[in-house]
Ligand binder design. Sequence first.
Ligand code: GSH
Length: 234
Amino acid sequence: MPDLSNFPIATRWPAQHPDRIQLYSLNTPNGVKVSIMLEEAGLPYEPHLVDIMKDESHTPEFLSLNPNGKIPAIIDPDGPGGQPLGLFESGAILLYLADKTGKFIPADPARRWETIQWVFFQMASIGPMFGQVGFFNKFAGKTYEDKRPLQRYVAESKRLLGVLDTRLDGRDWIMGDDYSIADIATLGWVNNLITFYEARELVEFDSFRNVSAWLERGLARPAVKRGLEIPGRS
Ligand SMILES: N[C@@H](CCC(=O)N[C@@H](CS)C(=O)NCC(=O)O)C(=O)O
């Protein structure tokens, strides 16, 4: 049985199944990337709910795994060389799980890099910009009198949706016929923008026909449906 005693996080969130991948997360747009990937890949895992609203991601136990204090993070008890591996940053986790399983990333080197490029596009652009729309449209920033920050992030999010829409023209998935970690990284963010962040009209979402159709296709996948709820609040 793998020994996770070197990971202080396992004292606060004990492993019932230490032989399975340990997922420390919440079903936010960054969190669900990993639960969707684990569900899609069919890897055995044990989810632990980290309540970021109660600041649990800033406890010493969580910070011991991710010094940046943000979900998601994982421990793979069967990491490289059969040794446990702790990992944070959702993009790095997606790449790691894709390499580990050989799934959801093309084997062809050029297409592999193209996929990674779109994962970075999500990490560096879609996530940060949509997140700011959420802050200024739904959360604390909603009451700010100065609407210029909201306008700036809405404009940038629309531009990014346009980039995605063009990419999806004539393609079912970001990598064409191959559903990949680029889709897994992005689906939860686009879904969140028009649901939880209540920005559907604001970003004129329905004008992005290819993105709408892609989102519908993604949300119809059973693993995506399950992943979006894991770990949910009990
Ligand atoms: N770049 C990070 C971002 C992670 C992130 O922003 N997580 C948010 C939830 S979606 C979080 O944990 N927020 C809690 C906090 O900052 O205290 C990743 O992709 O893993």
